[in-house]
Design a protein around this ligand. Structure first.
Ligand SMILES: Cc1cc2nc3c(=O)[nH]c(=O)nc-3n(C[C@H](O)[C@H](O)[C@H](O)COP(=O)(O)O)c2cc1C
Length: 308
């Protein structure tokens, strides 16, 4: 007996995805680097590496340190800048259908707005993901993600500047992530995504030096999944806008955990660095689960955590 194929599409309101699996910013280059390994059109969406207005070299090496079940990075948001992105990268996406989301960075609120303004007219861009974890040069290096007020004013500016949907990407390095998510929602964000990496430190006991040239880095990978899940659950329970969850997703079941606690879609990061086709396997495993449980629409799983 043939079983009907489960419907994996999810609706973010401003954007319909063919399945809930996107790739997370910074772990998938500008997308095209992965084209030799996977069919990009099978992805729910592609979030490209963070873009500042001008090109940036990033931090000096070493920039990566492995830890048990995790990866600590201090790439320092290396990037090619908006001009090269429009000239060299975007034209290559003409034949790809997967929605492109640009991760927007800035050293000041004005720079975020300038990046959005420059990219606004590019029809190939489906939405902007605001990386509010960038250090602000005018505010003692503090990033907007750490304060509800700073988040509110940055998101409001981005919302007013952008003609495309805004997804605000939250940092887990805060005491009360719900407060920050609500500030983003109030300022007009169309969705929130979480979490970015956890501030971390690794030490080489032979040299007694930090293992990263930048001293601190951001922890990602399976080690952070339970922390990320808790935060996604808290945020999804508190806001009305769609939530995109991420943090340590390596398998279809990991992704399903995020959907069950309330995420409408997920982003897969570090897993791409281990297996370039990790996302394709994850999509297949979600489909297999739906078939096995006779779930006809993956959206029916969203926010179904049972708590007595
Ligand atoms: C090497 C590397 C580079 C990253 N670069 C960015 C970036 O440019 N912008 C951003 O918002 N997040 C960036 N992140 C964070 C990821 O998008 C993601 O939020 C985080 O890694 C958690 O997901 P994961 O555990 O699946 O990797 C980066 C992560 C890694 C590992």
């Amino acid at each position: 007996m043939s079983v009907r194929k489960p419907d994996l599409s999810v609706n973010l309101g401003f954007l319909k995805l063919r399945n809930p699996v996107l790739v997370a910013s910074g772990t998938f280059g500008y997308g095209l680097e992965f084209a030799p390994f996977i069919d990009l059109d099978r992805l729910g969406g592609i979030v490209v590496k963070g873009l500042y207005f001008h090109p940036r070299p990033g931090n000096p090496p070493p920039r990566l340190a492995e830890s048990p079940s995790g990866l600590i990075n201090s790439i320092g948001l290396q990037g090619i800048g908006v001009k090269a992105f429009c000239e060299k990268i975007l034209p290559q996406f003409e034949k790809t259908r997967a929605p492109l989301i640009v991760n927007v960075c800035g050293e000041t609120d004005d720079e975020y707005a300038a990046v959005i303004d420059f990219l606004n007219k590019q029809e190939r861009i489906a939405a902007f993901e605001l990386n509010i974890s960038c250090p602000n040069v005018k505010k003692n290096g503090l990033c907007p993600a750490l304060s509800a007020e700073a988040t509110f004013s940055l998101v409001r500016l981005a919302r007013r500047t952008s003609i495309r949907p805004i997804v605000t990407k939250l940092s887990p390095n805060v005491t009360n992530i719900v407060e920050i998510a609500k500030a983003a929602e109030e300022a007009g964000s169309d969705a929130v995504s979480l979490v970015n990496t956890f501030l971390a430190l690794a030490v080489d006991v032979e040299t007694r030096r930090p293992r990263l040239a930048n001293v601190f880095g951001g922890l990602s990978g399976p080690a952070i999944k339970p922390l990320a899940l808790r935060m996604v659950y808290q945020v999804a329970s508190a806001v009305k806008i769609p939530v995109i969850g991420m943090g340590g997703i390596m398998s279809g079941r990991d992704a399903l955990e995020f959907l069950i606690v309330g995420a409408r879609a997920v982003e897969v990061g570090t897993a791409n660095l281990i297996n370039p086709d990790a996302t394709i396997r994850i999509i297949q495993e979600i489909e297999d689960y739906c078939r096995e449980k006779k779930i006809m629409k993956v959206e029916d799983i969203v926010g179904t955590l049972k708590i007595d």
